[in-house]
Design a protein around this ligand. Structure first.
Ligand code: C2E
Ligand code: MG
Ligand code: MG
Ligand code: MG
Length: 300
């Protein structure tokens, strides 16, 4: 990973140049890279929100903001395709900042229109690239103040790639985030190398268990059930909560409830949706949908 990181750092300001030996795949990346540079000013990005459901109460009080790109010629391009390209080229810095600003704008609007939304929390994915930039947090704080956002309205999701650097500067940035009162969660947990004992040294509020573990649940492949159970147990011991990602079936939901998982995000409740629809989930009239789903599940 250190090597991968260095490669990424070096790649930051590299411009991709088209040459005749390119295959279809790299030609497409080349086109995407060029169009990504213009996507912000052409207003081609938008945000969707995926609700997180508290399994004890059935409440939706938070969501993950996810970026979408509507390309004028190719239509929707998946984040899985363009985010890695944005990371290689350093464009991710501007993209995540666009996401952050637009989430803040949105929260500000929600709070003005709906008094009940004062405590809403939106999680934003922050690329590991930000932690290379010295003053990224100062930028974010300016945006924060501009939209009068309360720190408990925001959460940052970062991946193990950030903490594996284990550098003083990274530790300090994470600590500053914490001191600002912004919640921090560790995304895609289980796909990298960090262990829970290692995490003890970092100020995370929650851990998001990667979908690949959830996928194994119905037939308990690779002892995933026991692994998730111990992650929940240990996480709670060090005061971190657990969110299960990518929950799609009632069987998975049942398993997760039996082993004491507190929060769930997945198609079983809702895919990422546009802001109006998300707000419907938060307001009580749509809560029934979620309660019904929890009741369908056999374990209480
Ligand atoms: P992630 O942060 O782990 O986000 C979760 C992904 O799982 C999202 O994919 C979400 O739509 C998908 N998902 C949620 N529930 C289910 C389910 O039940 N079944 C299935 N099959 N999928 C589910 P998405 O939106 O395509 O994003 C993919 C990845 O792209 C994200 O993974 C994140 O790493 C990155 N990404 C997305 N938006 C941003 C952004 O604004 N900034 C950065 N830096 N990365 C982003
Ligand atoms: Mg995420
Ligand atoms: Mg994830
Ligand atoms: Mg991911």
């Amino acid at each position: 990973d250190a090597a991968l990181y260095r490669a990424k750092e070096q790649g930051q300001n590299k411009y991709n140049v088209y040459h005749s030996g390119m295959n279809i795949h790299s030609y497409r990346s080349f086109l995407i890279q060029n169009d990504l540079r213009k996507a912000i000013e052409r207003d081609e990005f938008y945000l969707v929100y995926q609700p997180r459901v508290n399994l004890l109460t059935g409440d939706v009080t938070s969501a993950e903001a996810l970026i979408r790109w509507n390309h004028p010629v190719w239509g929707a391009i998946k984040p899985e395709e363009f985010i890695p390209i944005a990371e290689e080229t350093g464009l991710i810095i501007d993209i995540d900042q666009w996401v952050f600003e637009n989430v803040c704008k949105q929260i500000n609007q929600w709070k003005e229109n709906e008094l009940s939304l004062q405590n809403i929390r939106i999680a934003i994915n922050l690329s590991a690239q930000h932690f290379i930039e010295k003053d990224f947090l100062a930028n974010f704080i300016n945006i924060f103040n501009k939209y009068k956002i309360d720190s408990n309205n925001i959460e940052f999701e970062i991946t193990e790639l950030v903490i594996l650097r284990n550098e003083e500067a990274v530790q300090q940035t994470l600590q500053s985030i914490k001191e600002l009162g912004i919640k921090l969660s560790l995304d895609d947990f289980g796909t990298g190398y960090s262990s829970l004992t290692y995490l003890r040294n970092f100020p995370f509020d929650s851990i998001k268990i990667d979908k690949s573990f959830i996928d194994d649940l119905p037939i308990n492949l690779n002892n995933s059930k026991e692994i998730i159970e111990s992650v929940i147990f240990l996480a709670n011991k060090i005061n971190m909560s657990v969110i299960a990602e990518g929950v799609e079936t009632i069987q998975q939901l049942d398993h997760l409830k039996t082993i004491g998982c507190e929060e769930v995000q997945g198609y079983i409740f809702s895919p990422p949706v546009q802001s109006d629809q998300f707000i419907q989930y938060v307001k009580s009239n749509e809560r029934q949908v979620i309660t019904n789903r929890l009741n369908e599940s056999s374990v209480i």
